[in-house]
Design a protein around this ligand. Structure first.
Ligand code: PEP
Ligand code: MG
Length: 883
């Protein structure tokens, strides 16, 4: 088997499409090398080796050793240096690289190959003894920590001791001899801790580092990251061994990170940051504030430091060429890392750049207009979950705000929350039901759990490509980074800015689009749905087959749904219309009445409200289909609870409170979700559905008369399990329709259908379709009844089910395709057999979930119906489902 793939010198054994085997980094290094982009030579050890290593007690497959040796020989040849050579030593980096990017989650070793002999060679090469010993001590420190497991603090302590000895404060005050001295102190401490010396042999160093990087695939933070991002453990990581280039060998050296377009706005401008005389990790770690690549970037962020465009124009042009080449080749925005060693440019990485939702949209639309990609590709590029962020609130520009300070606009969106100062506290507070903003000097990979549960993240150090910024953008959390005016005091749990102090638990607001940190909470508004958004949605609508409707009952929701492009209402839950205090009393009166006369009395009071509700809905929907579901509440949701409520109902019904109490006792149910609800109400008390049907038809006739729109109500019967229920209730509806039409001398077309939300209904779909014109799959109840898991109570134990992989996703959020899905498929098939043109839709929560929408497309349902805010997501997912 082939375990090792080499690259460098304009050639490569791998390709960009080999990410599964080589990881993202390795595959793209190979591709860049083949494209003729300057890449330091190296080789990639495949992810299959990681799997072997993990499953076989940290051992390697046969043949690996020889292949690595050949890989090293190849790198030596290309770079003209040799491992362990005292004059011209080859030094390498050893880095992880998984299929999906997992920034900072796994281990890295740099400057590998240094020892007491080769450091002399590095001195000769660099002409800089201080640099060579600094590199050497960095290597011993990193290797000691990452590979040998000697904890970080040992090295920190020794550095501090040395500084104390020399009476200096800063690293920059230490001389070559000091670093040399430190190397000895580090090695002595390693030996003390481990009982064996630090390895001098570059081969031994290399194998140690390879094992450590493979091993880091299973470390805690990598495991957590994978859990949060749904990355399977089986993927494994590749290991990249690559010749070192140094960005910290002097003033003609630099290192940086750049994007082919602005990752915040999506604008087609070169965007990036770099540090002169620094090593790669320094930019990402946010230890020094970097300079901008372009004059544009400098002006955009009001930086005083000169841009690379000004200080190193030739190298900048070289980088621009790489930018153009890579974007044209990959046809997507790239995130690149580069190093300049003694005036020569080297590319260390390229990958598809993470971007904000706004940028994602703009880049897709722009690239299509630039002719780089097609409309279909543009649509396919947008992650429906990312689109979600665009639909979320921004700060109201009119609102008063008390801006404490500004930092970098690292990740857009706005959020308010209570200040906490550690990731652990963030998690604790959120568990208690609080909303928090995580405030840190800087964040590190260990913080991701706490970052994930925070509303927003504020850091006082680091740039746009710092850990906090990158991770927050990926998570869609607003983030203000590098707010340098803020002084954080972790001990006191406060931060101070310009003489003002904010403590733990105080509310602040972040505007991640502007970089503002605001005291208190600020009103928000909905974003504009025009421009690129509208353009993309036009393309989406040209592609999709599924119709998208909304679940809505109030005029506001219906209007929002229309604004987001809903093509009708797929579910109007009429019980929600009765929670208004003016109505609930009559609703209760109706439920608690002990005879038909009592119920009719209450229903008469409800009819005008109900009719008006439908008039408004029909008007807003302007002839689009509206599915009205007849009453379906588990009665307990409406029962009066307090003495006051009981007295009110008694008064309205003109009976004693005792009568009401007796009725409540009579109606008490042990298992209300499987109780007296849905069409069982209509079967027991047909006058309820009669009133609702009457209200629907009177409203339809009236709106048709007033506006001239064709109103086609779709009347839906909930929670059916047998054809007989549907027969009985359809007769009630048809009679009401006839009465209204006779009385008004007008008529409208209408259809009557059922929800399919019980397994028996799915099984008996063939005969139910004899009476029903349409089915709407109520997958909330269908999931609850198929899995036998309460939709209201299963959260706590479902967590274990997901952890153990029994259900990979929450079946109430994403359709259980194998189980519940089979019932949907079967009911659709049986229903169509009876009635070939039967209209089929889904209106459970799953109607807004992209994976479930894919399933609906596969089964050729007619529409999905979801909450108004999810309508654009559903439209996009429906388009992607046909691609
Ligand atoms: C369903 O059960 O999926 C449904 C849409 O109805 P409700 O959520 O109102 O029970
Ligand atoms: Mg239901």
């Amino acid at each position: 088997s082939k375990w090792v793939y080499t690259f460098g010198d304009g050639k490569a054994e791998g390709r960009a499409d080999m990410k599964n085997l080589l990881g993202g980094k390795g595959a793209n290094l190979a591709e860049m090398s083949s494209l003729g982009v300057p890449v330091p030579a190296g080789f990639t050890i495949t992810t299959e080796v990681c799997t072997h290593f993990t499953q076989n007690d940290r051992t390697y497959p046969a043949g690996l050793e020889e292949q690595v040796a050949d890989g090293v020989a190849q790198v030596e040849k290309v770079m003209g240096a040799r491992f362990g050579d005292p004059d011209n030593p080859l030094l390498v980096s050893v880095r992880s690289g998984a299929r999906a990017s997992m920034p900072g989650m796994m281990d890295t070793v740099l400057n590998l190959g240094l020892n007491d002999t080769t450091v002399k060679g590095l001195i000769r090469q660099s002409n800089d003894e201080r640099f060579a010993y600094d590199s050497y001590r960095r290597f011993v420190q990193m290797y000691g920590d990452v590979v040998l497991g000697v904890e970080h603090h040992h090295f920190e302590e020794l550095i501090q001791d040395l500084k104390d000895d020399r009476g200096v404060d800063l690293d920059t005050d230490l001389s070559a001899d000091d670093w040399k001295d430190l190397v000895s102190r580090f090695k002595a401490r390693v030996e003390e801790e481990l009982g064996r010396p630090f390895p001098e042999d570059p081969q031994e160093q290399l194998w140690g580092a390879i094992g450590a990087v493979f091993g880091s695939w299973m470390n805690n933070r990598a495991v957590t990251y994978r859990r949060l991002h749904d990355i399977p453990a089986e993927w494994g990581t590749a290991v990249n061994v690559q010749a070192m280039v140094f960005g910290n060998m002097g003033e003609d050296c630099a290192t940086g990170v750049c994007f082919t377009r602005d990752p915040s706005t999506g604008e087609n401008v070169f965007y990036g940051e770099y540090l002169v005389n620094a090593q790669g990790e320094d930019v990402v770690a946010g230890i020094r504030t970097p300079q901008h690549l372009t004059i544009h970037g400098k002006q955009l962020h009001g930086s005083d430091l000169p841009a690379m465009e000004e200080t190193m124009p030739e190298l900048f042009n070289g980088l621009c060429d790489v930018r153009a080449k890579l974007e044209a080749h990959y046809k997507d925005m790239q995130d690149m890392e580069f190093t300049i060693q003694s005036g020569k440019l080297w590319m260390l990485q390229t990958r598809t750049g993470k971007r904000t939702s706004k940028a994602s949209l703009k880049i897709a639309v722009d690239m299509c207009r630039e002719g780089l990609i097609s409309e279909t590709e543009a649509v396919d590029r947008i992650d429906p979950a990312q689109l979600d962020q665009l639909l979320h609130p921004m700060l109201d520009p009119e609102a008063e705000k008390d801006v404490l300070t500004k930092g970098l606009p690292a990740s857009p969106g706005a959020a308010s929350g209570k200040v906490v100062f550690s990731a652990d506290e963030a998690e604790d507070w959120v568990k208690r039901g609080e909303k928090v903003i995580l405030v840190r000097v800087e964040t590190s990979p260990e913080d991701i759990g706490g970052m994930h549960c925070s509303e927003g993240i504020l850091t006082t150090r680091g740039g746009m490509t710092s850990h906090a910024a990158v991770v927050a953008r990926g998570m869609g959390r607003p983030c203000v980074a590098g707010a340098g005016d803020i002084r954080v005091d972790y001990k006191a749990k406060t931060f101070t800015v310009r003489g003002r102090t904010v403590g733990e638990g105080d509310v602040i607001t972040l505007d991640g689009s502007k970089g503002e940190v605001i005291l208190g909470s600020v009103a928000t508004i909905q974003p504009e749905l025009t421009g690129d958004f509208a353009t993309l949605m036009e393309w989406v609508d040209g592609i999709r087959r599924l119709r998208v409707r909304a679940n809505a009952e109030t005029p506001e929701d219906a209007a929002t749904a229309r604004k987001f492009g809903a093509e009708g209402i797929g579910l109007c839950r009429t019980e929600h219309m009765f929670f208004d205090p003016k109505r609930i009393i009559h609703m209760r009166q109706m439920i608690l009445a002990d005879d038909e006369a009592g119920r009719r009395k209450a229903l008469d009071k409800l009819l005008p409200y109900q009719r008006q509700d439908f008039v408004e809905l029909f008007e807003i929907m302007q002839g689009l289909p509206v599915t009205v579901r007849l009453l379906d509440p588990p009665l307990h949701e409406f029962l009066p609870a307090t003495d006051e409520e009981i007295d009110d109902v008694a008064q309205a019904a003109e009976v004693s409170p005792e009568t009401i109490r007796a009725a409540i006792t009579r109606l008490h149910e042990t298992n209300p979700m499987l109780g007296w609800r849905g069409c069982r109400l209509g079967v027991s008390f047909p006058e309820i559905y009669e009133m609702q049907a009457r209200a629907i038809f009177e409203a339809a006739v009236q709106v048709h008369k007033d506006t001239g729109e064709t109103v086609v109500p779709e009347v839906m019967i909930p929670l059916v399990s047998s054809k007989k229920e549907v027969d009985l209730l359809r007769a009630v509806i048809d009679t009401a329709a006839k009465e209204v039409f006779d009385a008004t001398g007008a008529s409208v077309d209408y259809i009557v259908g059922t929800m399919i939300e019980l397994p028996r209904a799915a099984l008996r779909a063939a005969e139910i379709a004899e009476t029903a014109h349409f089915f709407s799959f109520g997958t909330n109840d269908l999931t609850q009844t198929t899995l036998g898991m309460s939709r209201d109570d299963s959260g706590p134990f479902l967590q274990y089910y997901r952890e153990k992989g029994i259900y990979e996703k929450d079946p109430f959020a994403s359709l259980d395709i194998n189980g519940v899905g089979e019932l949907v498929e079967l009911a659709a098939e049986r229903g169509r057999k009876t009635r070939p043109d039967i209209k089929l839709g889904i209106c459970g929560e799953h109607g807004g979930d992209p994976a479930s929408i894919g399933f609906c497309e596969k089964n050729k349902l007619d529409y999905v119906s979801c909450s108004p805010f999810r309508v654009p997501i559903a439209r996009l997912a429906a388009a992607q489902a046909v691609l």
